[in-house]
Design a protein around this ligand. Structure first.
Ligand code: SF4
Length: 358
């Protein structure tokens, strides 16, 4: 059975028409669904303006949701990690982060179950790629997060695609989901409140740019030179740092959105003063912002290497060098690490123990 989250207005119009009903009901139906607190049950959507025959057909053919929250872990800092079970099989982790402003929260969603990219410092890739998520399954993560935020007296005001998976490898579904999450009359989150992250898949960056979604881009660089990057990010062998940065510059020139460069600091691997200088060189004349992420421990990587977070002084020196070169750079606050909800820690687990390291 399909869920309402599987449809956009056009596809529901076609479905209603095929069932012999007026396609014009599609927009109102989806508007009531997205407006209902928490995404709603099918009964809540079946308003009085729908005829009895259409109501009966909808009850028989469509469900409101295709997922449910199986586990919920709350960190001492307020971060909430949800393990969401999917009717089509498998589960994904998604994270709600308390925002700096009272009353707001940010969400982090997954685009795939598992990940094929093999980044050595990331838990999401350990069991490889299980499958791509359907657009509706991504939309439902947003709805669960919105509901979870409301229960906490907060409003979900931004969403990042930095959970499990490489969004550019499931881009059709990611784009379809974004149109429903951000679109007027549907999720209404707003395009500029959404960020899509990539480990540097150049054709994906180009496609996102051409999709005219007006969303933000985050590039998980993690090293300023190809030799270091290839040791920790296997896709570095396919996409070179120079090609990725050139794609980032084209994205900025075309969309006007300033990309974020995500950089996980690993002691003795990518945290030297020379590497900070190289990173600043790469960003010369490029308005990208750098997010420095202190490594979150996941145990040995796929290669067997054990990584560590650099000493505080070393991380501060890295930041200082970037800022001295007028690079806009910040540390990303670690959130939810006590429930393994921090960057790089996401995986499908039911125990307190799921994220894209970006
Ligand atoms: S960091 Fe992102 S792209 Fe790399 S393995 Fe983890 S989820 Fe996949």
């Amino acid at each position: 059975m399909r869920a309402l989250t599987d449809y956009d207005v056009e596809s529901l119009e076609i479905e209603l028409g095929a069932w012999g009903f007026k396609p014009t009901h599609a927009r109102n139906l989806l508007q009531s669904f997205y407006a209902a607190p928490g995404g709603s049950e099918i009964e809540q959507v079946l308003g009085r303006n729908l005829g009895l025959a259409l109501q009966a057909k909808l009850r028989e053919s469509v469900c409101a949701r295709q997922s449910k929250v199986d586990h919920r872990h709350e960190s001492t800092d307020g971060t909430i990690k949800l393990l969401i079970g999917l009717n089509r099989g498998g589960a994904v982790e998604t994270v709600l982060m308390p925002w700096y402003h009272p009353g707001r929260a940010a969400g982090c969603v997954s685009s795939q179950i598992g990940c094929a990219m093999g980044c050595d410092f990331c838990a999401s890739t350990r069991r490889g790629l299980e499958r791509d998520l359907e657009a509706g399954e991504i939309v439902e993560q947003f709805l669960h997060l919105r509901q979870c935020a409301a229960e906490k007296g907060r409003r979900l005001t931004s969403l990042v695609f930095m959970g499990m998976g490489e969004p550019m490898h499931n881009l059709d579904n990611v784009i379809a989901a974004i149109r429903r999450i951000a679109g007027p009359g549907l999720g209404m989150l707003g395009w500029k409140h959404i960020t899509v992250s990539t480990v540097g898949i150049v054709p994906g960056i180009e496609r996102l740019m051409d999709a005219d979604l007006n969303v933000h881009l985050a590039i998980s660089l993690h090293a300023p030179d190809d030799a270091t990057r290839q040791k920790i990010v296997p896709t570095g062998k396919r996409w070179k740092v120079a090609d990725i940065m050139a794609a980032g510059r084209r994205f900025e020139a075309k969309t006007g959105r300033i990309p974020t460069i995500e950089y996980t600091l690993l002691a003795g691997v990518n945290d030297s003063e020379e590497q900070a200088v190289l990173l600043a060189d790469l960003l010369e004349g490029f308005r990208a912002h750098v997010n420095l992420i202190p490594y979150n421990s996941i145990g040995p990587g796929l290669s067997g290497a054990v990584y560590r977070k650099p000493e505080e002084a070393r991380m501060n020196r890295f930041l200082e060098i970037l800022r001295a070169r007028r690079v806009v750079a910040h540390f990303r606050r670690t959130r939810g690490d006590d429930v393994n909800a921090a960057c790089g820690q996401l995986r499908e687990m039911t125990q307190v123990s799921i994220l894209h390291q970006t």
